[in-house]
Each structure stands twice: as structure tokens, then as C-alpha cells.
Design a protein around this ligand. Structure first.
Ligand code: NAD
Length: 341
């Protein structure tokens, strides 16, 4: 049975990817520090012979090496990260420690093991945010300059540069994926969509930064997992691949769409559930948009899930899994973050 390590396998995309790989009959080893953003109530079959969990910080190189040496995985998907832009504005240090130093440690472990003839393929997960603000009618391809705006995106950009340098200098086997905004089950409710869904369920206002005209590209996490799997199978070492859906929408339009979907699903919209414009995020990028022609041209990969369908499924998932939201202390995610200057 082929073994795969997923770092950050208890986070949003990580948990979806672990489930995806288990279904594909891989033996999955999840390495996660279990920060506030992780799913503590791991929904994986803990007793499964084909799933192992290790609570490890990416910065613990000795433990990383031990695990990689023991399992000799075919691949490592690196998803462990600090991911909330607003938190990176309040306190960038954790982002530097995990996203940059943690990735550095992982790369050092892979380099050390390569010297000892243990080879593994790294699929390093990055973001569209590294390209910075993208002008209307333009899309960033893989050759676009990195122009990160927030401490979060700068830490991701730094990690990507480190990965590229290790490929070129030490000849490690690695690919980078730059993906747009994900939505779907198991996302921590401080992020836009689960936060809005949770506020709708609880008859709370829907806070939107500035006038809601910032535009993002949205992909269902299931499509992202398919793309990552494709990059594991076929991605060429040294290459970066944009993973987008081509679906770009203003935040305000997205939330209005969400409200319509909730109404259709007969979810009660309370009197207090109204869009409320709040102070903008400092340094807020206006628009991200990916050109994802490369992954389509090379591997015929394309996002399949339509936004309306994926959103309706996501709302249903949160409705059927209210326990997931109840299990998280509201103090962690209700406060407005990212305004400290
Ligand atoms: N969510 C998105 O829309 C999106 C889009 C593009 C790229 N990405 C990237 O995908 C990856 C996963 O994102 P996500 O949304 O699932 O994040 P998440 O915040 O939901 O999960 C991150 C996971 O990493 C773990 N972690 C954090 N620091 C760690 C450390 N030092 N050692 C080990 N584990 C640690 C956390 O405990 C958590 O389980 C990140 O690299 C992120 O930058 C996310």
C-alpha cells in the first residue's frame, strides 16, 4: 500500500485531502500541531489500519525525519500553515515560524533523507495571494511576479521561494500549487463563508469589509483535492501550477448568492441577519484571479463543481454538522481581528 504524509491534515483542506486519499486506498500519515484552527474531533477513522496521526510541529526536524524515515512515503503534501490574513496582521510571528521556518525544516528533512537515498515527492501547497492585487481583466499565470501584500502572503511567498531554491540547488523532487480561495466542509468559521453561514444560522449580522467590492476566485475543496492528487501523480518537479476555477465574484455578490441559496434551502433568515459594512482590512488586496491554463493543458484538469451547487452542498453540510460549529469556542472566532496598526 502506498504511503503518503499530509502535514496540516487536521485543517480545512488537509482533512478533506486525508479523506480523499484514504478513499483512493492510500495509507495516510497526518502530521499536525493541532492549532486552534484544526479539527480536534478528527473525523477520520482513527482505528483504521490505514491512517496514522502524529501531533508534531513542523519545526521539530528530528521528529519529522524519524517519521519520514519510518514510513518512506511516496509523497508529502505540505498543508501545515497559519492561514488567516487578519491574524497575520495582528501577529505575524507565528506565520514566519510555521510558514517559513516550518517549510524550511521540512525541506531540510527531505534533503537529509535524500542524501540517505530516501526519496519522496513534495507537493507544496501555496496560494494565489502571493501574486498580490491583480488588475481587472487580467489573470496571473505561473510566470507572474510575486507581490505579496500581507504578512500571510509574504510568508507563503517566502516558503515558495525556499522550495524552488531546494529544487534547483539540492535537486529535491517537488512541485508547487497556487490555489485560489477554497470553500466546503470543515473550514474554520473565522473564514468568510463559514462565518457567514454560522451567522445566518444564529441570526447575526453579516459583516463585510469596506463596500464588499473585493473580488476573489472560489473553488470547491473537492476540486482542489483532485488537482493536488493530479500534481502528485503527474506534476513535473520544479514546476508551479495555478489551481483555479475561473469563478470570480465580488464578496458582496457572493454573500447575496449565499442568502438566496439559504432561502431556497428553507433556512430561516432572522431579522438581524443583514449585510453590515465594516472597516476595511489594512492592505486589503482588491482582486485575485488565476490563469489556470497550464494545469488544463498539461493534465486536462479542470474544476468541475459549479459555485451554486457547491455552495448549497456546503450550507447543507454545516446545517447537518452544527456540532462542528458548536464545538468551537466563539471567543476564538467572533472578535474582529486585523485592525491593530
Ligand atoms: N483555505 C484556502 O482558501 C487556501 C487557498 C489557497 C491555499 N491555501 C493553503 O492551503 C494550506 C491549508 O490551508 P487551510 O485553509 O486548510 O488551513 P487551516 O488553517 O484550516 O489548517 C492548517 C492546519 O495546519 C496545522 N498547523 C499549523 N501550524 C503548524 C505547525 N507548525 N506544524 C504542524 N501543523 C501546523 C493546523 O493545526 C491546522 O490543522 C495552507 O498552506 C494555505 O496557505 C489555502
Amino acid at each position: 500500500m502506498k504511503k503518503i504524509i499530509v502535514t496540516g491534515g487536521s485543517g480545512f483542506i488537509g482533512s478533506n485531502l486525508v479523506n480523499f486519499l484514504i478513499k483512493k486506498k492510500y495509507y495516510v500519515i497526518n502530521i499536525d500541531k493541532l492549532t486552534y484552527a484544526s479539527n480536534k474531533k478528527a473525523h477520520f477513522d482513527k482505528k483504521s489500519k490505514f491512517y496514522k496521526f502524529y501531533k508534531i510541529d513542523l519545526n521539530n526536524k528530528d521528529k519529522l525525519i524519524k517519521i519520514i524515515k519510518r514510513f518512506k512515503p511516496k509523497a508529502i503534501f505540505n498543508l501545515a500553515a497559519e492561514t488567516h490574513v487578519d491574524r497575520s496582521i495582528d501577529g505575524p510571528k507565528n506565520f514566519i515560524n510555521t510558514n517559513i521556518l516550518g517549510t524550511f525544516n521540512l525541506l531540510e528533512s527531505i534533503r537529509y533523507l535524500k542524501k540517505n537515498k530516501i526519496n519522496t515527492k513534495l507537493i507544496h501547497i501555496s496560494t494565489d495571494e502571493v501574486y498580490g492585487d491583480i488588475k481587472e481583466n487580467k489573470r496571473s499565470n505561473e510566470k507572474a511576479n510575486y507581490e505579496p501584500s500581507s504578512p500571510y502572503s509574504a510568508s507563503k511567498a517566502s516558503a515558495d521561494h525556499l522550495v524552488k531554491s531546494y529544487i534547483r540547488t539540492y535537486n529535491i523532487d517537488a512541485v508547487i500549487s497556487n490555489c485560489c480561495n477554497n470553500y466546503g466542509p470543515y473550514q474554520f468559521p473565522e473564514k468568510l463563508l463559514p462565518k457567514m453561514i454560522s451567522n445566518i444560522f444564529n441570526n447575526n449580522p453579516l459583516p463585510i469589509y469596506a463596500r464588499g467590492h473585493n473580488t476573489r476566485e472560489w473553488i470547491h475543496v473537492g476540486d482542489h483535492c483532485e488537482a493536488l492528487f493530479m500534481l502528485y501523480l503527474k506534476g513535473k518537479s520544479g514546476e508551479s501550477y495555478n489551481v483555479g476555477s475561473g469563478i470570480n465574484i465580488k464578496n458582496i455578490d457572493l454573500i447575496e448568492k449565499l442568502l438566496k441559496i439559504c432561502k431556497k434551502l428553507k433556512i430561516k433568515i432572522g431579522k438581524k441577519t443583514k449585510i453590515k459594512f465594516v472597516k476595511d482590512r489594512p492592505g486589503h488586496d482588491f482582486r485575485y484571479a488565476l490563469n489556470s491554463k497550464k494545469i488544463f493543458k498539461k493534465f486536462k484538469w479542470k474544476a468541475k463543481i459549479k459555485l451554486d451547487v457547491g455552495l448549497a452542498e456546503t450550507v447543507k453540510w454545516y446545517k447537518n454538522n452544527k456540532i462542528y460549529l458548536r464545538g468551537i469556542s466563539k471567543n476564538i472566532y467572533k472578535k474582529r481581528l486585523g485592525l491593530k496598526l
